[in-house]
Design a protein around this ligand. Structure first.
Ligand SMILES: [Zn+2]
Length: 437
């Protein structure tokens, strides 16, 4: 992974040593500021949408701060929320998910630790948002694809089928989400069935079956969502999370609702807008989808470009891992024939995968309490909703689970009894649908 050079003091000393003379402090600070600006890519974005049912929502923020009042700790957030059965869950998620994720990150972490803490905080934030929305007693549900960009690192968490793809330099398109659709996702079908749900198609009069696979009770085609208090609790809000680091050549993200993906493939979407600035690119992808399929569904598309500090100049001193890619790019220019192999090679070099996990089991997702910074308050706080727990109150996320043999049931993270109940319900240990109807 490699530490952020801005946060290691050692680099500065060796630099002075190389020069063999002392550099005035003011010059050092000036240089530090310049290199800080140089190191961080800029983010350009655009959004386009065509509404049919008015249930798609989105969020675009580039002004979030990891450390309050410190602009050098800024990060960006982009999200697509595709509601169903009403828009309340999508609106609630747009307005609350970010706070719930940030609230689950331990205080006082450095940048690297903060990035490492994101996958777990995203799980907590998604489940908390779902739990709070459900407690309001409103029906409706939503997909949520939530993207955090900090420097070159992209962290994506998602439930449902609002896909996020990465178009990396060299024409390599990769998906940063999985579609939680019962029709295509066999693993999810098995999980739902094992947790007490039934999977089947809609039967019409005469016994004929139509449409995509759905789970019952509820009849939802998705296996994960936020909200949906009136469907089985095996429809869980636990997100698939993927964290990657793009090379200093940058990359483009396309985040969109199924109005896009039902019409065009990931490759087609990426291809259709290459070379266009983000604002126009988003419009182009929507246009392409409408051209193919017409306006059948809410259609929302966000395009985010991660742009190297000065992309007219070749990226300075790439990290070791990128050398292969750099030399490969040089080769590609002179030798165009090895295109296919080239694509594969560059896929290895361009994007560094830092984290990937999609399990629906909270015990696996919340792990053991070993995060630095957790000691101050973490021990007696619910790992999901962050409420303070009395010493006797917390129930270990590992207690009574099949993981309790390997993990210690008296060790954290802990859940409040409410969140523990939710966990049991999601795993089919408590009859679903009990709460409502
Ligand atoms: Zn709780």
């Amino acid at each position: 992974m490699g530490g952020d050079p801005r946060e290691s003091g050692g680099a500065r000393i060796s630099k002075e040593g190389e020069r063999g003379d002392l550099v005035p402090l003011a010059a050092l600070i000036k240089e530090e500021l310049r290199s800080e600006r140089m190191e961080r890519p800029s983010v350009r974005y655009g959004c386009a949408a065509q509404s049919k049912k008015g249930e798609d929502y989105f969020l675009m923020r580039t002004d979030c701060l990891r450390v309050p009042a410190n602009p050098s700790t800024s990060f960006s957030v982009f999200a697509v929320l595709d509601g169903h059965n009403g828009n309340a869950a999508a609106i609630y998620t747009r307005d609350n998910l970010l706070n719930h994720v940030v609230g689950a990150i331990p205080r006082g972490l450095g940048r690297e630790e903060w990035i490492q803490a994101l996958p777990r905080a995203l799980v907590a934030g998604f489940v908390k948002t779902d739990k709070e929305f459900q407690s309001r007693g409103q029906t409706s549900g939503t997909t949520a694809t939530f993207v955090i960009i900090d420097g070159w690192t992209i962290t994506v968490a998602s439930v449902g089928d609002s896909r996020c793809i990465l178009d990396a330099p060299g024409g390599i398109v990769s998906e940063l989400t999985v579609d939680h659709r019962l029709e295509e996702n066999i693993e999810e079908r098995e999980r739902v069935t094992a947790s007490g749900g039934e999977v089947g198609r809609l039967s019409i009069v005469g016994g004929a079956e139509i449409g995509p696979l759905r789970c019952w009770p509820g009849g939802l085609c998705l296996s994960r969502s936020i909200g949906d208090v009136d469907v089985g609790e095996f429809i869980v809000p636990v997100p698939y999370v993927k964290q990657v680091k793009v090379s200093n050549a940058g990359g483009r993200l396309i985040i969109a609702s199924d109005g896009i993906w039902d019409a065009v493939s990931s490759e087609m979407a990426a291809k259709s807008c290459r070379g266009l600035p983000a604002e126009l690119a988003a419009k182009q992808v929507v246009k392409e989808a409408l051209r193919t399929r017409g306006l059948k569904d809410d259609t929302t598309c966000i395009v985010v470009d991660i742009i190297p500090p000065d992309h007219s100049v070749p990226p300075p001193s790439p990290p070791k891992k990128m050398n292969k890619f750099k030399s490969f790019m040089l080769r590609k220019r002179s030798k165009d024939s090895a295109n296919k192999l080239a694509k594969k090679l560059s896929a290895v070099g361009i994007v560094e995968e830092l984290f990937e996990e999609g399990s629906a089991m909270l015990a696996e997702r919340l792990g053991n309490d070993s995060l630095p910074g957790q000691t101050t308050s973490g021990l007696f706080t619910c790992a999901i909703c962050q409420v303070d727990l009395a010493p006797s109150e917390g129930i270990s996320v590992h207690a009574g689970s099949i993981f309790s043999t390997s993990a210690k049931p008296w060790e954290g993270p802990f859940l409040c009894s409410d969140c523990r109940n939710k966990k049991d319900a999601m795993e089919g240990k408590r009859p679903s649908g009990v709460k409502v109807l």
